[in-house]
Design a protein around this ligand. Structure first.
Ligand SMILES: Cc1ncc(COP(=O)(O)O)c(C=O)c1O
Length: 1009
């Protein structure tokens, strides 16, 4: 509800009045209100209610009308969303009382509806908007038999009477704006007779977003808890109610069309609308906005010093001037959402087409029933190699690799494809913005110059040459009539645009007449020669610019407008309709066949089928920004890694028992990046195996077992690695801490014992080592060494404070131990300034462990060490890891190292990391819920806190999940899981960083903390 104002000095006075007349002792807080005094009353028994003290001279009928309308709704429909009016001690719903100055005021009290007004909600999901529609519809329905002559009044906000603005349009001085409003008014006036012909009833008439109350905290399911303020009621056609609500819902909506459809479909569910009413909604909505801006422009002239008047117009002008809604398509959408035929006789047209299947002339003169289909689907095709840029060559060769020399083949209807890479297919500024992917026609691939015949009688409606690369080239649209004179349309794309001279719009084409030929690559937009064949049941709103491809999240609508054209090709729908992989089936199988602790990310897991650099694509081709996975170090499906891997597999993949240059090259490459003292490499399969081996090396070298590590670390999933990983063994049901291991505090200089502002905090954390050594000794455990992630990751993306490792290593070595640096997360340039994390700490470990990034997704781990340690390990027993150091693994790891260098990815990590941190620090200044932003290069953590500074796990989980809704993958870490983890492939670009920052901003604002 409205936010409390500062205490009015009359609150005690009105509290006394409330107590005397309603018997409720309470504390009052003033609430917003344009004309009247509104108070929130909290009684001594903590009951909340609203006290309304009406403005002086408020007409009695208006107060009584509001009360009786609300009581009527309660009686008829008992809607919990309409506040109950409470009677006074002597049974009155409204009393008249003098205020302190002696003026008479009407007073009434009503139920307090918990929640906040819709206007305060940053995100308004379609499901919530639909519920708003349902509640408004139910309220309107309940009012339909409420009679009140007084409400049939002269009222500037009654849409029926909104023609008044015509006499005041000149107050709008900006010519374009004037024209805009004038047009809206002209359209409205055209519809006015129809509007007047509709039945009228009392409507609430002001469902703006301050009068709709929503319950549910930021991370909870939101519901409509109330519709308040019946002070603007009037008698008007019921459709005005939903149109007025729509006028507010569309403002600021990321997808106004979707929001409006949700609202209207909800309204229609509880208060069914006729087709005529549905068709009026858009014009009424625009008129309401027009009335609103004219009214506020007049007010601005009257009160030039009131900035609020101008500010409040802004969203309406922004919408009116910038919306991209196509009125005709919107009508179709609204009709469909309300279960109406979205074009006249839509069902009859479709059944006529099906009935005639088999009798249509063959479009390329040959039957297509046994022609093969070639899939270009996300799940079946690796074209385009770069899903953000289809190359000319790929377009030219499309399908050719899969056709097995067939001259003629078909492409699927409803197939999600990644080949549509031009800007116009994307809905937003980022690479991971939603994009249109689903093909709405059927392709018939055939040689250039193949003749094209009309499948049925038609008339040319459009013929164009669309010369842009990857457009249609020659294109013809035919208009057809069924036996019932219903009209539908067919489109032929990628034609030879040298149409016969006599072709004009309106020319009749007979069934079976050859009317064009397929274009070759030079004239058909640059594609392998084929016909794009599509059908539409309406062209209102499409005109000559049909979308050949649809947004997967809007497919239902476009499938209705452009149904499967198979029947006109004398084919069954099933033959050409693509059915993508079913996520639900894969999920069910996974649950059945795997243990429950093989976890999936997100409650609604994502199925990914393609990747490219920093992006992933799901089964519908929806792009996601991967700011989480550090394994694809140089980027998903990096072309150089693809090439080297496939080439190596074509040649040989063997093991380390035979000589191969890949192995020695890899050892040489890795050692060249490490300090001089490192002389020997071991290749294994994973980080876990590498840590396991590192432990064996250390133990063999020292002939001791006792280890020290930092709390909350993770070293892998093998028995030995788990024994080192407090993050696992200390969990409930974990194996517990082995007696040969001692933990020291994680050197967290934000939350730990020593803080960042202490210049010696690194050394102070390190001093805990001595105590750990003592404890080991007391347990008769001889010190073997120290192992730690150089920057602890699962511990909360900690940047180890300077001086820490230097002091730790010194103490460990003084007691004969060896120092192991796990660089699985931090190695290979991720940190920007450093190739390895230990360089920042100015130390030289004895053993370094590498994993994840070195194989870019291919399993390989590396242990590098000194000659002395390696020699001590060489005790005569063979060391062998079957797949470790395979020819393929080594080829890939060598290429990763080269790509990091040659594509300057370490420098990119530095640059992008700095940009990311600056953006995040700006957000920290804006939101108190960001306690700390830390990181180096592309190893970044954001610690979320509550008002008291404690770990805010709830917000962290909300943000992580909401980021996924916006198609960004990030993780969370830390002992309490309150640290957002950002750790993208090093290929991340500036636009991706912008997307992360912009989206986090939106989400934190949504959470409002
Ligand atoms: C720091 C660190 N070390 C070791 C490992 C284990 O690597 P792998 O999963 O390849 O066995 C991980 C895995 O997350 C890790 O983060």
């Amino acid at each position: 509800m409205a936010t409390p104002n500062k205490i009015d000095d009359s609150t005690q006075y009105w509290a006394d009045v409330l107590s005397k007349n309603w018997g409720i002792k309470s504390k009052l807080t003033r609430l917003d209100g344009e004309y009247d005094l509104n108070f929130l009353a909290i009684s001594t028994s903590k009951k909340h209610l609203i006290l309304k003290v009406m403005r002086e001279n408020c007409p009695e009928w208006l107060v009584k009308s509001q009360i009786s309308a609300m009581q009527h709704i309660e009686k008829i429909a008992n809607l919990p969303t309409t506040p109950t009016v409470f009677l006074s001690l002597n049974g009155q719903s409204c009393i008249e009382v003098a205020d302190k100055t002696g003026n008479l005021r009407y007073l009434w009290t009503l139920e307090y509806i918990p929640g906040k007004c819709l206007a305060k909600l940053r995100s308004k999901p379609p499901s919530l908007i639909k519920e708003i529609g349902e509640v408004l519809g139910a309220t309107t329905k309940a009012l339909s038999n409420y009679k009140n002559k007084k409400l049939d009044r002269d009222f500037k906000w009654n849409l029926l009477q909104s023609g008044w603005i015509d006499d005041h349009l000149t107050c709008i001085k900006n010519k374009n704006r004037y024209e805009l409003i004038k047009n809206i008014s002209v359209n409205f006036n055209r519809r006015l007779p129809e509007l007047k012909s509709l039945n009228r009833q009392v409507i609430q008439n002001d469902p703006n977003d301050y009068n709709i109350i929503i319950a549910g905290d930021y991370d909870e399911q939101k519901t409509v808890s109330g519709i308040i303020d019946f002070g603007d009621m009037c008698v008007a056609p019921r459709v005005c109610e939903v149109a007025i609500a729509g006028a507010y819902i569309v403002l600021d909506a990321p997808s106004p069309e979707k929001s409006l459809v949700a609202l209207v479909s909800g309204f229609n569910q509880t208060c069914p609308l006729t087709k005529l009413e549905i068709d009026m909604i858009w014009d009424l909505l625009l008129m309401r906005l027009a009335v609103s801006v004219v009214n506020s422009t007049m007010l601005a002239l009257e009160f030039p010093n009131d900035p609020y008047v101008t500010v409040s117009q802004k969203p309406a002008w922004d919408f009116l001037e910038n919306h991209k809604i196509n009125a005709e398509l919107l009508k179709c959408r609204l009709r469909k959402a309300c279960g109406q035929e979205f074009v006249p006789n839509e069902r009859r047209i479709r059944s006529w087409i099906y009935k005639n299947c088999g009798n249509f002339a063959q479009v390329i003169g040959k039957p297509l029933a046994s022609v093969p289909l070639v899939s270009l689907a996300v799940e079946n095709s690796s074209i385009p190699k770069n899903p953000f840029k289809l190359s000319k060559h790929e377009a030219k060769e499309i399908g050719s690799a899969e056709t097995c020399e067939n001259e003629i083949f078909l492409g699927y209807y409803n197939e999600p494809r990644l080949i549509y890479t031009a800007r116009e297919f994307s809905f937003g500024p980022y690479k991971a913005s939603n994009r249109r992917t689903v093909h709405l026609g059927v392709d018939i691939f055939a040689p250039a110059a193949t003749p094209v015949f009309a499948p049925l009688d038609g008339e040319i409606l459009a013929l164009e040459n669309r010369e842009n690369a990857l457009d249609y080239g020659g294109m013809i649209i035919l208009e057809h009539k069924t036996d019932y004179n219903d009209v539908f349309y067919s489109l032929y794309g990628h034609l030879d645009p040298n149409f016969p001279k006599q072709y004009k719009v309106g020319r009749k084409i007979k069934k079976g007449e050859q009317f064009c030929v397929l274009g070759d690559i030079g004239v058909n937009g640059g594609w392998a020669p084929h016909l794009h064949f599509q059908v539409a049941l309406t062209i209102n709103g499409l005109e000559n610019d049909w979308p050949g491809v649809a947004d997967p999240d809007d497919l239902g609508f476009f499938n209705a407008i452009c149904p499967n054209p198979a029947a006109i090709l004398n084919l069954t729908d099933e033959r050409v309709e693509f059915r993508p992989i079913q996520k639900a089936e894969i999920y069910a199988k996974r649950k059945e066949k795997f243990a429950g602790n093989l976890r999936l990310s997100y409650d609604d897991p994502i199925l990914f089928l393609r990747g490219w650099k920093t992006h992933l694509f799901d089964e519908w081709g929806r792009p996601y920004l991967d700011a989480y996975n550090n394994v694809p170090h140089v980027g998903h499906s990096h072309p150089r890694i693809q090439n080297i891997a496939s080439e190596q597999l074509r040649k040989l993949n063997s093991n380390t028992r035979y000589l191969h240059p890949n192995q020695s090259d890899l050892a040489e490459n890795i050692l060249s990046k490490l300090p001089e003292s490192f002389k020997v490499c071991f290749f294994v399969n994973s980080g876990s195996e590498a840590n396991e081996l590192a432990l064996r090396l250390a133990r063999e070298h020292t002939k001791a077992k006792g280890m020290i590590t930092t709390d909350h670390g993770y070293f892998g999933n093998t028995t030995g690695a788990i024994d080192l990983s407090a993050y696992k063994f200390n969990k409930p049901n974990g194996v517990g801490q082995p007696n040969w291991l001692e933990l020291v505090e994680i050197p967290d200089d934000y939350r730990g014992t020593y803080k960042r502002d202490d210049p010696n905090c690194g050394a102070k954390f390190a001093n805990q080592i001595n105590q750990a050594i003592k404890v080991l000794k007391s347990k008769n455990q001889k010190l073997c060494g120290f192992i730690a992630e150089t920057f602890p990751s699962v511990g909360g993306q900690i940047i180890t404070p300077p001086g820490y490792l230097e002091a730790v290593y010194r103490q460990i070595r003084e007691h004969g131990g060896v120092c192991i640096a796990d660089e699985v997360q931090t190695g290979l340039g991720r940190l920007g300034d450093y190739y390895f994390g230990f360089e920042y700490q100015e130390v030289c470990p004895d053993i370094v462990v590498l994993g994840k990034p070195i194989g870019n997704g291919h399993p390989i781990g590396v242990v590098a060490t000194t000659e002395e340690i390696a020699n001590n390990f060489d005790n005569g027993i063979e060391f062998f890891s079957t797949f470790g150091g395979s020819t393929l693994s080594c080829a890939i790891a060598n290429e990763v190292i080269k790509v990091v260098d040659q594509e300057a990815l370490q420098a990119n990590a530095k640059k992008m990391g700095a940009k990311l941190k600056t953006g995040l620090k700006n957000l920290k200044d804006k939101y108190q819920s960001i306690g700390d932003v830390r990181g180096m290069g592309l190893f970044v953590g954001i610690e979320l806190i509550d008002e008291t500074g404690r770990e805010n796990m709830r917000l962290c989980s909300f943000v992580k999940n909401r980021m996924r809704d916006f198609r960004i993958l990030i993780g969370s870490e830390g002992p309490m899981d309150n640290v957002l983890k950002i750790r993208p492939p090093l290929s991340i670009e500036i636009g991706d960083i912008d997307m992360i920052i912009d989206t986090l901003d939106i989400i934190l604002e949504e959470a409002n903390c």
